[in-house]
Design a protein around this ligand. Structure first.
Ligand code: HGY
Ligand code: MN
Ligand code: MN
Length: 410
């Protein structure tokens, strides 16, 4: 069986952590200078590992094996949230590189074909899972048109600044692949709470969003009596409050919703706000609760608009992600490898985070493996995992990859 090199694995993870490092965390948003530096570094590491490396027109980095026969695609994303953890995405990207090297070093696996990938903008600076959507052919013109990041930079400008505007965009070769594997930190507390070391992911949540825009009348905070006000912020607070009261009535077991971005203009203490924005994001493992949340939001907006005063405009986010199931057959390979390396210390579980595997699964059979997150923390500089858990997860992935390819060749 292939043997990974723990020191080499951890060293590459730490090198990647150093690109865009910010204290314990990482700031490496898609297309930033740090992100592109990391992608160029990764391409060099792919070349050194014997792969044909390329960076495509949206920044995906692909290392293509030179071996003949059906291949396995392994990877994740190397861009981060604005205040990102060092392992979100990076873990799966460096695991893929290490699995390529481990299989190449073992006589029984050195002819097997493993491609390695780092997708671009999984973290939604512009479009969630931009890179995996692009490579699987589901990135629409509508998703890209005039899309801007939270600072107003357009995707087109970011592509130009990164020197990618004229580079060709890769498309996945469906027939080439026996499957896609993505390893990731759990980003939640379940594995740690249960004392288990490996998660075999059976499904990935779907995600939708709505942006509410509130238009009232800006005015003086002292001379404008309450009855005469058309206060956009007060309307925002009321809608947020009513969402938090109504959503639990239609929620399912793993439903979540977040209002993590708001804007109030002109954002001054002595001015009645005339304009406000509120982003609502909601997730569930199936479509029905997501449909129910949309219906509740529409009803609340209609009721508030009927009162007049402040107008509310609701616009669906352009790039929803459907809930997906992971491939049963690939899950079995991961589960058997987990049982070999962590007997009784693994479990099947859903993913409350979305991942590129959720997009790729529409195109190639896909599966995911989780390792524990310390304290269940993620999307925060404090995100971390234990070295021994990092090493164990890579051992399981390497075994699963070898067994998938061995049976895929048969
Ligand atoms: O938000 C997510 O689920 C992912 O970590 N971007
Ligand atoms: Mn991620
Ligand atoms: Mn993330």
């Amino acid at each position: 069986m292939p043997r990974i090199d723990p020191a080499r694995l951890l060293a590459d993870l730490r090198t990647l952590r150093g690109i865009g490092a910010h204290g314990r965390g990482v700031v490496r948003p898609a297309f930033s200078a740090a992100d592109m530096e990391a992608r160029r570094w990764l391409a060099r590491r792919y070349q050194e590992a014997g792969l044909e490396a390329s960076i495509d027109g949206v920044g995906n980095v692909l290392g293509r094996s030179r071996h003949p026969g059906r291949a396995l695609l392994i990877g994740s994303h190397s861009d981060t949230q604005p205040t990102g953890g060092w392992l979100d995405g990076a873990l799966g990207v460096i695991y893929a590189l290490e699995v390529v090297r481990a299989l190449a070093a073992d006589a029984s696996t050195r002819e097997l074909a493993v491609d390695a990938v780092s997708f671009q903008d999984e973290e939604s600076r512009f479009v969630g899972c931009l890179g995996s959507r692009s490579i699987t052919g589901v990135l629409t013109a509508e998703m890209q048109e005039e899309v801007t990041d939270r600072d107003g930079v357009t995707l087109a400008d970011a592509l130009r600044q990164a020197g990618l505007a004229d580079a060709p965009r890769l498309r996945i070769e469906r027939e080439r692949y026996a499957g896609f594997l993505e390893a990731h930190i759990e980003q939640g507390p379940q594995l740690e709470d249960s004392g288990r070391k490996i998660g075999v992911v059976n499904g990935i949540v779907g995600l939708r969003g709505i942006r509410f825009v509130f238009r009232g009348q800006q005015n003086h905070a002292g001379t404008t009596m309450m009855a005469r006000r058309r206060d956009a912020a007060t309307s925002l607070y009321e809608l947020a409050y009513r969402i938090n009261r109504e959503f639990p009535k239609v929620a399912a077991g793993h439903s979540v919703w977040t209002m993590g971005r708001a804007r109030i203009e002109p954002n001054a203490t002595s001015i009645v706000p005339g304009y406000a924005e509120l982003d609502l994001q909601f997730r569930d493992a199936s479509e029905a609760p997501l449909d129910a949340f949309e219906a509740v939001a529409a009803r609340l907006v209609a009721e508030m608009n009927a009162r007049g005063g402040v107008s509310i405009e609701a616009t669906r986010a352009r790039a929803p992600i459907p809930p997906t199931r992971m491939d049963e057959g690939l899950q079995e390979h991961i589960a058997e490898a987990a049982e070999r390396h962590a007997p009784g210390k693994w479990q099947r579980m859903p993913s409350g985070a979305f991942h590129d595997a959720g997009i790729v699964s529409a195109c190639v059979p896909s599966a995911m493996l989780f390792i524990p997150s310390i304290g269940g923390i993620s999307h925060d500089f404090a995100e971390d995992s234990r070295d021994e858990d990092i090493v164990l997860g890579c051992r399981v992935l390497a075994d699963a990859a070898a067994s998938i390819l061995a049976c895929g060749r048969a």
